[in-house]
Design a protein around this ligand. Structure first.
Ligand code: GDP
Ligand code: K
Ligand code: MG
Length: 281
């Protein structure tokens, strides 16, 4: 039997569990993620000749390993390599949602965006240009209203199409950091690639190391052992160089730049009707 795993990622209250329940019905298993007290929901779906395991990831605002939920969600995507990650976006809270969604898009996985809460976005007078968002991030985008079960079956269909399709694509539009950070990313990447086949997308690893991500650091040490020493020396030198330039931690500067990138995206894809604008102010 052909099998797929599809994971649902999203902010808390984005409608993840609503969509999960509507797709799995009663075929659910509720437990805990191993070693932690975070609830894990899994369900089985049968469609188009496939047995699909659907996993409801913990709700998070980011994929930085600051909370156990973020660690669980990110580790699942990296280690279990689900066939597709559906990112549930609260369309009425686009900035917060895209902060997570763009981070998921940067991982080596097939991603599908669900613009959920489409009814609330409409009520706010927001029109979201899904085609432009789709083109800019090279990702399939579908509208859903989870609590009305609207668009949910189409979403699953698109996820199966994506699971069946070929390779993972890298989006043309992605966060470009300041010149000094980009130079540091290139240097670290080079060091990683010299040490052997990268354990993960080397740009992503370089960014995480520059941000002082302790989990990625540990994974690097585990994978490369003594060869990690010279990579980490470069990372530490780059970090202190950037800290001198910006008088701030690189991760703070880079987070600001990610928000800048999202603000740019929103400018291109969201239109607010003049009347709604007047109502808000
Ligand atoms: P989760 O925290 O991401 O799992 O979110 P839930 O699935 O628990 O949903 C949070 C709330 O939003 C619930 O009250 C849902 O009924 C509601 N909800 C889910 N999808 C939609 C939607 O598309 N539109 C509206 N208006 N409410 C929704
Ligand atoms: K909830
Ligand atoms: Mg939930």
């Amino acid at each position: 039997k052909k099998r797929f795993t599809i994971a649902l990622a999203g902010n808390p209250n984005s409608g993840k569990t609503t969509i999960f329940n509507s797709l799995t019905g009663t075929r659910q298993k509720v437990g805990n993620w191993s070693g932690v007290t975070v609830e894990k929901k899994e369900g089985l779906i049968y469609r188009r000749g496939y047995e699909i395991q659907l996993v409801d990831l913990p709700g998070t605002y980011s994929l930085t390993p600051f909370s156990i939920e973020e660690i669980v969600a990110r580790d699942f995507i990296i280690d279990e390599a689900p066939d597709v990650v559906i990112t549930i976006i609260d369309a009425s809270n686009l900035e917060r949602s895209l902060y997570l969604a763009t981070q998921v898009r940067e991982l080596d996985c097939k991603v599908l965006f669900a613009l959920n809460m489409a009814d609330l976005a409409r009520a706010k007078g927001m029109t979201i240009d899904a085609d432009t968002l789709s083109r800019l991030l090279d990702v399939t985008v579908a509208f859903t209203v989870g609590n009305k079960n609207d668009g949910v079956e189409t979403l699953l269909d698109l996820a199966i199409d994506l699971a069946e399709s070929g390779k993972i694509t890298v989006p043309e539009r992605r966060v470009k950091y300041n010149r000094d950070a980009e130079a540091a990313i290139s240097r670290i990447r080079e060091k990683i690639e010299q040490a052997g086949p990268p354990i993960y997308n080397s740009r992503w690893m370089a960014i995480k190391l520059l941000e002082n991500d302790q989990i990625v650091r540990q994974r690097l040490v585990n994978a490369y052992e003594e060869r990690s020493r010279s990579i980490l020396d470069t990372v530490d030198a780059c970090r202190s160089h950037l800290t001198d330039i910006f008088d701030d931690d690189p991760e703070i500067v880079m987070t600001d730049e990610r928000y800048g990138f999202i603000a740019g995206l929103i400018k291109e894809v969201v239109h607010v009707s003049p009347r709604a604008r007047a109502d808000i102010s």
